[in-house]
Design a protein around this ligand. Structure first.
Ligand SMILES: C[S@@+](CC[C@H](N)C(=O)[O-])C[C@H]1O[C@@H](n2cnc3c(N)ncnc32)[C@H](O)[C@@H]1O
Length: 316
């Protein structure tokens, strides 16, 4: 057994309850400097999720389950899971093969980015309800009249699926360059029973997507500058580089997307793009498009909206 692994497992016999494991795991996250931010930002939350998942317990379990005595088989299963997380730095979602967005479960594995997009808080606010007030993010769209939507850079298809559920009358195209990602997307579209409304396309942005006009073009593209991708913590290097690397300045896919979006929007259509830390660069390069930044709960405001009329008069 490798030395690090043997050290990790030393003293495991004294971990007789899930609560013991939780306490132990949290110290391991610190001592082994595990990177967080893929499914949780706190070690406690991620470790608790792994423990409950491994033991087959519901995520809303009562605190009392933490004091229950574990069987030998359960202890071994927990040891195997934390070996992968702590010694191998495997991201938690790749161990459990799932990611949750609100109450929706998605299958994930190493072929796709682990879903964690700001669009989760934005999509539910998009479009007004017929005859009702004026939600902040309606942009002239009426939710039940939205007919065509596209999720470019779809990965696991998580956002395409959230879009299909939010816009009940819409046909949704979901585009990705990676055949591996599309294989995972296919699983999720089937599991959510959306094969008749979500169509997968293998394409470099819109290159191979039939020309139709969309009410909403949405994208969480790769936007990390390449040099940044070379320095990521191990956990993030386990995600596909194609999902993260946006080229020298991070803007490669965004530039192509905006140029191609021009001919693919209805007159009232909008483009929504998540850009990470590229807000100032976007404002400089695409000033003529007047990107509007949407406020997010944590104040990072890294999703912008661009209206069709701006794009159509743009000479970029
Ligand atoms: C940041 S991930 C987003 C995945 C998913 N939408 C999400 O939010 O979890 C970016 C995705 O873009 C895909 N991709 C990279 N370059 C692309 C391109 N030129 N055209 C289409 N998709 C691309 C990657 O394969 C990856 O699945």
């Amino acid at each position: 057994m490798p030395r690090k692994s043997a050290q990790l497992l030393t003293g495991m016999e004294r971990l007789t309850t899930p609560g013991d494991w939780l306490e132990f795991a949290v110290t391991l996250y610190e001592t082994h400097k595990l990177a967080l931010g893929q499914i949780a930002t706190e070690a406690h939350d991620e470790a608790l999720y792994l423990i409950l998942h491994t033991l087959g317990l519901p995520m809303d379990s009562d605190e009392r389950v933490l004091a229950k005595k574990l069987t030998a088989a359960q202890r071994e299963s927990l040891a195997a899971v934390f070996h992968r997380r702590v010694i191998e730095h495997t991201p938690a979602a790749y161990i459990t093969r799932e990611a949750w967005l609100n109450d929706l479960r998605f299958y994930v594995d190493e072929r796709v980015l682990i879903p964690r997009s700001y669009f989760l808080e934005i999509i539910p606010e998009l479009g007004m309800e017929a005859g009702s007030g004026d939600p902040a993010l309606h942009f002239g769209l009426e939710r039940k009249k939205v007919r065509r939507v596209v999720d470019v850079c779809t990965g696991s298809a998580c956002l395409a699926i959230v879009l299909a559920k939010h816009f009940p009358q819409a046909q949704v195209d979901a585009v990705d360059l990676s055949p591996d990602a599309l294989a995972v997307a296919k699983i999720n579209v089937r599991e959510h029973g959306l094969e008749s409304r979500v169509t997968l396309h293998r394409s470099d942005v819109f290159d191979a997507v039939p020309l139709v006009l969309y009410d909403v073009i949405l994208s969480n593209p790769p936007y990390e500058p390449s040099a940044h991708c070379d320095q990521l913590p191990v956990e993030f290097t386990r995600e596909p580089r194609l999902a993260l690397d946006g080229g020298r300045d991070g803007l490669d896919i965004i530039r192509k997307l905006l140029r191609q979006a021009r001919d693919r929007l209805t007159p009232q259509g909008i483009v929504l793009i998540e850009v990470g830390g590229l807000g100032p660069a976007m404002d400089r390069e695409f000033a003529a498009l007047k990107p509007q930044w949407i406020e997010t709960a944590d104040g990072s405001n890294c999703v912008c909206v661009i209206a069709a009329d701006r794009l159509q008069t743009w000479c970029g």
